[in-house]
Design a binder for this molecule. Structure first.
Ligand SMILES: Nc1nc2c(c(=O)[nH]1)N[C@H]1C(S)=C(S)[C@@H](COP(=O)(O)O)O[C@H]1N2
Ligand SMILES: [Mo]
Length: 431
C-alpha cells in the first residue's frame, strides 16, 4: 500500500493492495509524474504493495479515543488532554472544547497536521525564493522584512484537513479507509495576515504563460512507512487560485505565526483542503506547464468504485460539515433547559441554514445562526433543548449552503477517506 496522508499506521487500515499496484503502475508509466521521487523508490513501493494489509480500524469515540498523551513527536506547543487528541505526528482539536472559544480558534487550541515534524526556522535568515519558467527573468528572493514591507491583507478563514471526519466512514458506514482517523477536530478558524501571493508573483515577474505554482515546505522530506522518500511536502496550485485570494501569511490571530502553524510564513488557501496551505514555505516554483507531486496525484484525489481508475480530479474546495460542541456520549440532565451549540462550514458559498434533530433524525428544528456566515469560514449556531425522556438518543446537525447543497445521509466511499460530508450521528444520554 501507499501509506496515505500520514506516517503512522497504528490507526490506519487498507486492504487496497490491488488498487495501489494499479495506481503505481500508472505512476511508473508516467501517467502521474511525481517529481523528486526516483524510479528505484517507486519500484520498492510497488514491491511493498503486495505485502501490507492493515487490520480493520476499530472506530473509537473521540472522548475515549484520547490516549493520555500530552505530546506528539515533532509538535512544539503543549497538547493538553482536554484540548487535543494526539494521532501519530498530528494533534486533533477536541471540538467539544471549542464551546469556550469565540469565532476564532486560539493558536494554542488549533489542530496540527504534520507529515514529519515542526522545523524551527530563524525568521531573520529565512527567505522565500520564487523561481521557474513561468517567470520572466531569474525570479526573486524575498526576506521576511521584504514581505512585511508590502501591503498587508487580513482574511478570516478555516484551515481544515481533507481527511477531517474520516473516522466516520468506518464508524457510520462500516468502511475501511486509510489515513489518520480524525473525528471532526481537524479544523480551526483564524485571522490570517500577510501579503497576497498575487502581489509577490507579479513582483517576481509572473508571465501570462504560467499555469501552476508549487510551494514547497522547509520541513524535512516525507518518508512513508515503507521507507519511500517522497521529498519535501509540496502541492501544485493553479495560477488562477494563486492570483485570487491566497495569502503568504506571517500572522495568526494578531501574533507572529507559531512554529507548529508554519513560522515564519505559510500559504493560506481559503476554502481549499488543508494540504494546499503549505506551512514553512521556502520556495515557490512557477511553471508554464502543469506540475505534479505525490500530493496531487496519489494523495488528495478520490479513488474507489464511484470514481475513474485514475481517480477524481485533484481535490480543491472543502465540502460541507457540521459539528456539535459537545463531548461524544455526553450526559445531559432531563427536564433542564440546555442550549446545544455547534459550528457548520462549507468550501462553497456560505452556510445558509442549519437544521438540528434531537431524536435521531425523526424531527428537525432550525438552529439560530450566530451572525451571518462568511465564505471560507465557519458559522456558530445554537438551538435550545429541554429533554424530557431519559435514555440514549442521537443528535444530528445538517447544514445547507448557498449553492443549495445539503449534507447527505451518507458519503460515497473513497479509499483514502477524504471529504466526509454526511450528517454525523452524535450519541448522548439524557439522565
Ligand atoms: N510544509 C508542510 N505544509 C503543510 C503540511 C505539512 O506537513 N508540511 N501539512 C498540510 C496539511 S495536510 C494540513 S491539513 C495543514 C494543517 O495546518 P495546521 O497544522 O496549521 O493546522 O497544513 C498543510 N501544510
Ligand atoms: Mo491535511
Amino acid at each position: 500500500m501507499i501509506p496515505t496522508d500520514v506516517s503512522e499506521t497504528a490507526d490506519t487500515t487498507t486492504d487496497e493492495a490491488a488498487y495501489d499496484r494499479r495506481r503505481l503502475r500508472q505512476w511508473l508509466a508516467g501517467r502521474a509524474r511525481a517529481d523528486g521521487v526516483d524510479r528505484r523508490d517507486l519500484l520498492r513501493m510497488l514491491a511493498a504493495t503486495g505485502l501490507t494489509a492493515g487490520l480493520p480500524t476499530a472506530f473509537a469515540a473521540p472522548a475515549r479515543a484520547a490516549a493520555p498523551a500530552a505530546s506528539a513527536p515533532g509538535i512544539v506547543k503543549p497538547l493538553p488532554e482536554e484540548w487535543f487528541t494526539v494521532r501519530g505526528t498530528n494533534a486533533e482539536a477536541n471540538f467539544a472544547a471549542f464551546a469556550d472559544t469565540g469565532h476564532h480558534t486560539p493558536a494554542s487550541r488549533f489542530f496540527v497536521r504534520n507529515h514529519t515534524a515542526t522545523p524551527r526556522l530563524d525568521a531573520d535568515t529565512w527567505s522565500l525564493r520564487v523561481w521557474g519558467d513561468g517567470l520572466a527573468g531569474e525570479g526573486r528572493t524575498f526576506t521576511l522584512d521584504d514581505l512585511m514591507a508590502l501591503p498587508a491583507t487580513t482574511r478570516s478563514c478555516f484551515v481544515e484537513c481533507a481527511g477531517n471526519g474520516r473516522s466516520f466512514f468506518t464508524g457510520q458506514q462500516g468502511q475501511s479507509v486509510s489515513g489518520t482517523a480524525w473525528t471532526l477536530g481537524a479544523i480551526g478558524s483564524a485571522r490570517w495576515r500577510g501579503v497576497r501571493l498575487a502581489h509577490v508573483l507579479r513582483l517576481a515577474g509572473l508571465r501570462r504563460a504560467a499555469v501552476d505554482v508549487l510551494p514547497r515546505g522547509l520541513d524535512s522530506d516525507y518518508v512513508t512507512a515503507d521507507g519511500t522518500n517522497l521529498g519535501r511536502v509540496r502541492r501544485p496550485l493553479p495560477v488562477a487560485k494563486a492570483l485570487d485570494d491566497v495569502l503568504l501569511a506571517y500572522e495568526m490571530n494578531g501574533e507572529p505565526l507559531p512554529p507548529d502553524h508554519g513560522a515564519p510564513v505559510r500559504l493560506i488557501v481559503p476554502s481549499w483542503i488543508g494540504i494546499a496551505s503549505i506551512k514553512w514555505v521556502g520556495d515557490i516554483q512557477v511553471a508554464a506547464e502543469p506540475l505534479f507531486s505525490p500530493w496531487n496525484t496519489d494523495f488528495y484525489r478520490l479513488f474507489g468504485d464511484a470514481y475513474p481508475p485514475e481517480g477524481s480530479a485533484p481535490l480543491s474546495r472543502q465540502t460541507l460539515k457540521s459539528a456539535f460542541e459537545l463531548p461524544w456520549n455526553a450526559e445531559l440532565p432531563a427536564r433542564t433547559g440546555h442550549r446545544l451549540t455547534g459550528r457548520s462550514w462549507s468550501g462553497s458559498g456560505t452556510v445558509a441554514r442549519v437544521d438540528v434533530s434531537t431524536d435521531g433524525g425523526r424531527s428537525w428544528r432550525r438552529a439560530r445562526l450566530d451572525g451571518s456566515a462568511h465564505r471560507a469560514d465557519w458559522v456558530r449556531w445554537s438551538v435550545p433543548w429541554r429533554p424530557t425522556a431519559t435514555g440514549p438518543t442521537t443528535l444530528l446537525a445538517r447544514a445547507t449552503d448557498t449553492t443549495g447543497r445539503t449534507q447527505p445521509d451518507t458519503t460515497a466511499y473513497n479509499t483514502q477517506g477524504y471529504l466526509f460530508d454526511a450528517v454525523v450521528r452524535h450519541p448522548v444520554t439524557v439522565t
